[in-house]
Design a protein around this ligand. Structure first.
Ligand code: NAD
Length: 300
């Protein structure tokens, strides 16, 4: 099994920051890189952090690197950009683990290119949100070779609880897209139905309590409806990031010539929310589209 005391982390945003704290808690020294330096300065145990300016500098300290970035172009930039991980001499036994949610096709291309260069690579997108990242309780969907997963296991166990090997390179990203698509569709179904019930005069909190035990039960109702009832639309997981994930599903289906009816409708609804200026709100703010049409607010 691979042994390492330092690990690189590129991208310390909402998710990467919590992962950073848990990697440090598990005893690793963190080689941290983010275009926004403030994210690195926020870490309390600065003696456990080596801050670097560019991805290539991470490799001066470690040959094991996690990326936690918004989307495919960011991951490609961090790998292949002018000062990217692959811009200089590639260290022996380099291991790159991409935990961002990005395109499965781009992931497969990255995996192929890295394999040709002798670099080990896993995709390991996550579910569990900011609280999962802060509590080291993420679900990790892994794509790649089983022996590489064994090497990455101590790192995954530092940040996650449920670690599932989904198949070969890109399979983790496929499962993540499926999950994101379902959660988006569930958010829309909840928004539509709760707006209807509220307009019909029933207290939405009562509806929530009933549906938590009924067949309409889902993450949207259990996790997001309590925030909607409070009028709390602070992210969490933004409409912008969720729109990105739905678009990944639309692109996958387009490449396979597969009609996905609900997916395309949901993609248009999320795009509408962006156009209305809700992009940086939590994804549960999608309910505002329905509230505005119905002239009611689903609140306590
Ligand atoms: P975020 O936007 O909060 O964080 C991304 C970080 O990457 C930022 O700090 C940004 O400065 C940094 N960054 C961007 N480009 C960079 C570059 N070229 N070099 C170095 N740093 C760079 O995003 P997030 O919410 O932490 O999400 C990260 C990934 O995890 C996304 O793919 C998202 O879809 C996924 N995800 C998010 C959540 C959630 O609840 N937020 C849950 C599960 C999965």
């Amino acid at each position: 099994m691979r042994k390492y005391d330092k690990v690189g982390l590129i991208g310390l945003g909402v998710m990467g920051y919590g992962m950073a704290l848990n990697l440090i808690k598990a005893g690793y020294t963190l080689v941290a890189c983010d275009v926004n330096k403030e994210r690195i300065k926020m870490i309390p145990d600065q003696d456990k952090v080596i801050a670097v300016d560019h991805p290539c500098e991470v490799l001066e300290h470690t040959n094991t690197v996690i990326t936690m970035l918004p989307n495919s172009p960011h991951v490609l930039e961090v790998l292949e950009g002018e000062q990217g991980l692959l811009s200089g001499e590639i260290p022996e036994d380099l291991f790159v683990i991409d935990m961002s949610s990005i395109s499965p096709d781009v992931t497969k291309e990255i995996g192929k290119k890295l394999e040709e260069k002798g670099v080990k690579f896993l995709d390991g997108p996550v579910s569990g949100g900011q609280s999962g990242a802060m509590n080291g309780a993420l679900t990790i969907m892994v794509g790649g070779k089983a022996e590489d997963l064994e090497d990455a296991m101590p790192l995954f166990q530092a940040v996650g609880k449920n670690i599932i090997h989904c198949g070969e390179c890109g399979a983790g990203q496929v499962v993540k897209v499926v999950n994101q698509l379902m959660s988006a569709i569930n958010l829309i179904s909840m928004s539509e139905a709760f707006t209807l019930g509220t307009k019909a005069g029933v207290d939405p909190e009562i509806m929530m309590n009933v549906i938590k035990g009924g067949s309409g039960r889902c993450w949207a109702v259990e996790d997001r409806m309590p925030q909607i009832l409070k009028g709390n639309f602070d992210p969490g997981f933004t409409i912008n990031l969720h729109t990105k994930d739905i678009k990944l599903a639309v692109d996958m289906a387009k490449n396979m010539n597969l009609p996905l009816y609900a997916t395309n409708l949901v993609a248009e609804l999320f795009k509408t929310a962006q156009v209305k200026g809700y992009g940086m709100n939590d994804n549960c703010a999608i309910i505002k589209l329905y509230e505005e049409l119905a002239g009611v607010e689903v609140r306590k």
